[in-house]
Design a protein. Structure first.
Length: 186
């Protein structure tokens, strides 16, 4: 017998939907289905793929299912140690503005950039800010617009209303929704 969803693995998890016949799925499909359901006080309850009834009580789950759900809920993945020298080598390939962005965001990178000048003292940054202010004075922005993050075109942003929020990147004036927060051009 094979799983009625993926047709590859043997079904091992019995869904407690109340049917007179046992409805079973394999462990991988159980994990996938469970993570799509909202969390409740009893845990994530599956919706039976055969009869579309939600479980009354969760059935006997595998330890892999519990571990996966806990890792998704609490971020129990082990953190990798950051090798700042490797990251600094990759950041050196970016433009000056890109380098400054990462150095401001991660102060641990400052020792790897010997010529680092804070943004408020950097003449290049001041010049760019003056040019941006000049262009903004010539072309006033609208008060609100649809999300301009770039995720809208790719289908990742589902916001259907206009927003007044601006991109959180310094000097960027694109409108972005609450879920995007920053446009893809940075």
């Amino acid at each position: 017998m094979e799983c009625p969803i993926c047709y590859t693995n043997a079904p091992t998890y019995v869904i407690n939907c109340g049917s007179t016949v046992e409805h079973k799925v394999c462990d991988t499909c159980e994990i996938t289905m469970r993570m799509k359901e909202p969390a409740t006080s009893k845990g994530r309850l599956l919706k039976c793929p055969m009869c579309r009834i939600t479980e009354k009580e969760p059935g006997e789950r595998s330890s892999i299912s519990y571990k996966y759900e806990l890792s998704q809920l609490y971020g129990a993945r082990p953190r990798e140690t950051v090798r700042w020298e490797v990251l600094a080598d990759n950041i050196r390939l970016l433009s000056r503005a890109g380098q400054l962005h990462y150095i401001r965001r991660y102060p641990e990178l400052r020792p790897y950039f010997e010529n680092y000048v804070p943004a408020d003292q950097d003449p290049i940054v001041r010049q760019v800010q003056a040019q941006v202010a000049q262009v903004q004075a010539q072309h006033p922005q609208p008060i609100h617009a649809f999300c301009q993050s770039g995720r809208r075109e790719s289908g990742l942003c589902q916001t259907r209303s206009k927003t007044q929020r601006k991109c959180t990147y310094l000097g960027c004036n694109k409108f972005v929704c609450r879920s995007c927060r920053q446009c893809l051009t940075h």
